[in-house]
Design a binder for this molecule. Structure first.
Ligand SMILES: [Zn+2]
Length: 125
């Protein structure tokens, strides 16, 4: 995905670990929609393995086409990715500092301009 900032800079999203991109985790609903289902899902995964029902957990959490031979780390990573992919995105123009916040998932972006000059790297980990 690429889009044009008001300053003329093209903001590109074509790789991982971008320093000018972040996920937006709203405080309202963050527990119910993100934290709690992840904790419960991973605990259920561990308990299903202990109960020799790994395949059952995979069936309950992924479709029939999901590979059954992935290791636990890849499986948990895929499980987490589903929740992360549902988060709205934020991008920052590295030229002028404008923030672009996804208004709704898959929807348009709303732009905010920084009030001051100290905006560089604000979305870095
Ligand atoms: Zn810009």
């Amino acid at each position: 995905m690429n889009f044009l900032c008001k300053c003329g800079h093209v903001i590109r999203d074509q790789t991982d670990s971008l320093t000018y991109k972040a996920d937006l985790l709203p405080d309202n609903g963050g527990w119910d929609n993100f934290h709690e289902p992840i904790v419960k899902g991973i605990l259920d995964f561990a308990r299903s393995i202990a109960a020799d029902d790994r395949k059952g957990w995979l069936s309950r959490n992924f479709g029939p086409d999901y590979p059954r031979d992935l290791d636990d780390e890849a499986t948990v990573s895929d499980f987490l990715s589903r929740f992360e992919c549902a988060l709205r995105k934020i991008y920052q123009c590295t030229e002028c500092g404008a923030l672009f916040i996804e208004k709704s998932k898959g929807g348009e972006f709303v732009m905010f301009s920084p009030a001051g000059e100290d905006w560089k790297g604000i979305l870095k980990w």
